[in-house]
Design a binder for this molecule. Structure first.
Ligand code: SF4
Length: 336
């Protein structure tokens, strides 16, 4: 999705041994440097800025960062730069006014995602699912746009890998194998409805070799049957490598807690994300149903701080945990 920040083959399976042979062909020193770079690679937090010649680029993922972007636009203009701004935060029409007088908005900028994290890449845009709480279908479309020549990097940010055509999933895998780049994280992951045994078999050699997590989402109770099937399918994977995004605040408290508990009971680890308004100007959760803002924060901290391993939520003591609440999908491409 970050390619729009300015907005930024034949199928065959490789066995694990084949994959390891290919990865081992990479010189040890090269692999060491790749892993070190990965260790150092951080997401910039949703707002990236850079200059090329006399142009300054501002790439804004979250609407609550628009004020910062506007301040930076003023600064660049004072230095004589032409300023261009884009990203999901500017997609919503009503948000465009924030920077309209300070920067040129929109347009395509190749590989903008690398400015958010130099180890990140994306091989497709769009998503056919159409979740109402997600900006991807509106911004990128409900038909996939494939980017077959994507730069191969260890963090793959496609919105919904499992819904991509099987041949294209294999193309992505083949690119990693051909370039000897480990896949360390497919950070938006797989959507339960399309995360089938075929998809699991296709990605397992590459993802398991990189030791990255299996990520999928349990965002709504209506997905229960598919999510349970996926959790059973992954039963032999270690719990710490099964990270399940769980949206909270989009359903009543009991329903959300049941989804979290189901993830835990099936030997997976929940990564809880409070519902945010897509046009939120403050980084505050959207309070609906029987939730309060405090309860949304508490559940997120209880779940994401692994407190659930020691105590049920009813016994959670917030004074012991002051972790920050994550934004939806944490990084800018964060909606599968
Ligand atoms: S939340 Fe995920 S599955 Fe749903 S529309 Fe967004 S990208 Fe697609």
């Amino acid at each position: 999705m970050l390619e729009k920040l300015f907005v930024p083959r034949p199928s065959r399976y490789f066995g694990r041994s084949t994959l390891l042979r290919i990865l081992n062909r990479t010189k040890d020193s090269d692999r060491t440097s790749t892993w070190s770079a990965m260790d150092k690679a951080k997401w910039v937090g949703g707002f990236a800025e850079w200059t090329e010649g006399d142009t300054a680029f501002l790439s804004i993922a979250f609407t609550w960062l628009l004020d910062i972007a506007a301040a930076r636009a003023i600064w660049y203009r004072a230095l004589g730069y032409r300023v261009r701004a884009g990203g999901p935060a500017l997609f919503l029409v009503q948000m465009k006014h924030e920077l309209a007088d300070l920067a040129e908005l929109g347009g395509d900028v190749p590989d903008a995602i690398a400015h958010h994290n130099p180890q990140a890449t994306i091989a497709s845009r769009g998503c056919p699912v159409g979740c109402h709480f997600c900006i991807v279908p509106a911004m990128e479309g409900r038909e996939f746009t494939l980017l077959p020549d994507f730069p191969v990097r260890p963090i793959l940010c496609d919105n919904n890998l499992s819904a991509l055509p099987a041949e294209y999933q294999q193309h992505i895998i083949d690119r990693y194998l051909a370039e000897g780049v480990p896949l360390l994280d497919a950070n938006s992951g797989f959507e339960p409805a399309t995360f089938t045994p075929d998809v699991y078999a296709r990605w397992a050699p590459l993802l398991n070799a990189g030791r990255g997590p299996w990520r999928f989402a349990f965002d709504e109770t209506k997905e229960s049957a598919d999510v349970r099937r996926v959790m059973k399918m992954l039963a032999n994977e270690p719990p710490k490598r099964k990270r399940v995004y769980v949206l909270i605040g989009n359903e009543p408290f009991d329903d959300c807690m049941q989804r979290i508990q189901s993830v835990i009971d099936h030997g997976c680890e929940p990564h809880v994300q409070p519902l945010m308004k897509l046009n939120a100007l403050q980084r505050e959760p959207w309070v609906r149903y029987d939730w309060t803002a405090q309860k949304l924060r508490d559940v997120a901290r209880w779940a994401n701080g692994w407190v659930w391993k020691r105590a049920p939520f009813a016994e959670y003591d917030r004074s012991l945990h002051n972790a920050r609440i994550p934004a939806l999908h944490e990084q800018p491409s964060l909606f599968a």
